[in-house]
Design a protein around this ligand. Structure first.
Ligand SMILES: Cc1cc2nc3c(=O)[nH]c(=O)nc-3n(C[C@H](O)[C@H](O)[C@H](O)COP(=O)(O)OP(=O)(O)OC[C@H]3O[C@@H](n4cnc5c(N)ncnc54)[C@H](O)[C@@H]3O)c2cc1C
Length: 417
């Protein structure tokens, strides 16, 4: 087990500086343009691939860093550069983590490279769990997976929504229900390989923020995937379903509502648990970026004959902004270290980190806009975009209310509703 440390090692600091350079030189100058275009920034993803930031190896290296801070440091720097472009670059990792969390070594080796493509032919991947009637309540998924034993194929039918990279991805990872009677415990994750017939993109959403990241519906109409596309394999699934059925008979597995989430007892939740602190780190990147703009502005903007930071009303706000950002980072690093060192999340520390970092990003970016006055309200300055981008951090990867529910249940041991 590695000791928890607030002092990143030389390797992590080198990665941080390298990513900071990419964020400052490549992402920042392109951020406003791609926000306006609301399109996937393929040239930026390609550049990230060319220099080695967009590769399975890079993320695997950070993911398996025993200090736990490799991923949060990487996320913070990229999202300091820009959140829309950042998500366009790292959106693939949500699907990759699903394969990593639920797949066999062979499945990881097969699918991870196809998710990223090559620098000359970059690809993206999508993780499809949410549905029109199953957002926070993941146990309500309706997408069905039925096994065709004669052909050793799974047949997927349903409609997914809000999928980052949905429809434009080479590889889609789809969470579907195999046994609806078991709720979340009856679900499994499937890889849908590139160009599989029956998978199509539905509506592409026009969003408030992170507009360079593609978000769309994914329609699955009689999609057939080979048996080996079931993550973890059929034997493991059959054993898991048998256990769940047994517990259901004994009355122990009543409908798996949001309470089961803290324990990550199903495929979708295993993915969310692994990625929550990383998502918190993205929010911190946005907050830090907005804070820096506001601090500079407050030192140079003169009103009533003195810089506006000379007023406690402004200076104290900046002090609170910095304090909350640092507190959020501590929570994120702690949770990431715990995850990397297999420490039990007895108080839902992963959810705590995402909750606090997400809310901090929304609050800090709002304060930054206020400190910039009229300029903060325009697209001439980046804080307006940062504020729009930050708003997603209390919604995706579990809303703030769901994080509170998970924490409350975890600390009380009670089925809080
Ligand atoms: C830009 C974007 C990208 C996304 N990317 C992906 C992706 O790649 N893959 C994917 O699968 N999903 C993705 N999502 C979906 C996202 O995870 C869901 O939007 C989120 O889980 C909330 O679900 P919902 O939108 O259906 O809201 P609902 O679940 O309908 O919630 C509506 C409101 O009710 C509150 N609420 C619900 N239940 C409770 C409760 N028990 N107690 C208290 N309050 C409650 C919620 O907190 C929220 O405020 C994305 C969403 C967006 C907007």
């Amino acid at each position: 087990m590695s000791t928890f440390s607030l002092d990143p090692g030389e390797d992590q600091l080198a990665v941080r500086d390298w990513l900071h350079g990419f964020a400052a030189d490549v992402m920042r100058p392109a951020a406003a343009e791609w926000d306006e275009r609301e399109e996937t920034p393929w040239p930026i993803i390609q550049e990230a691939a060319r220099i080695g930031i967009y590769t399975p190896d890079f993320y695997a290296q950070q993911y398996f860093d025993p200090s736990g801070v490799g991923i949060p440091i990487a996320m913070e720097e990229l999202f300091w550069g820009d959140a829309g472009l950042g998500l366009a670059i790292v959106g693939t990792t949500l699907a990759a983590v699903a394969v990593l969390a639920n797949g066999t070594d062979e499945q990881i080796g097969t699918w991870a490279p196809q998710m990223f493509g090559t620098p000359d032919d970059v690809k993206v991947a999508a993780f499809c769990s949410s549905e029109p009637d199953a957002g926070s309540d993941v146990s309500a998924l309706r997408t069905r997976a039925v096994y065709d034993q004669a052909k050793d194929e799974w047949v997927l039918n349903g409609t997914k929504t809000w999928a980052t990279n949905g429809g434009i991805a080479a590889v889609h990872v789809v969470v579907a229900t195999v046994d609806p009677a078991l709720g979340a415990r009856g679900q499994a994750s499937f890889v849908v390989p590139p160009a599989t017939p029956g998978l199509s993109q539905g509506q592409k959403f026009k969003k408030h923020g992170i507009r360079a990241s593609h978000t769309a519906e994914v329609v699955l109409d009689g999609v057939r995937v080979p048996g080996h596309c079931l993550l973890g394999g059929k034997e493991k699934l059959d054993a898991r379903l048998a256990r769940a059925r047994e517990q259901a008979v004994q009355g122990g597995a009543a409908a798996a509502g949001p309470g089961s989430r803290a324990k990550g007892t199903n495929a979708a939740m295993a993915t969310f648990e692994a990625s929550r602190p990383a998502v918190g780190a993205q929010a911190i990147g946005i907050a830090r970026a907005a804070y820096e703009v506001a601090l500079d502005y407050a030192k140079t903007r003169v009103q009533f004959g003195r810089p506006i930071i000379d007023n406690q009303g402004v200076a104290f706000t900046l002090a609170d902004m910095k304090t909350r950002i640092d507190a959020a980072r501590l929570l994120v690093w702690r949770a990431s270290w715990m995850a990397a060192n297999n420490q039990p999340f007895t108080s839902a520390e992963g959810s705590m980190s995402k909750l606090y970092a997400g809310e901090t990003a929304k609050w800090v970016t709002a304060q930054a806009m206020q400190i910039l006055g009229g300029n903060g309200y325009t697209r001439e300055y980046p804080v307006e975009r940062m504020h729009r981008d930050s708003a997603i951090y209390s919604v995706f990867e579990g809303t703030s209310e769901i994080q509170r529910l998970v924490i409350a249940r975890s600390i009380s041991g009670l089925p809080i509703r």
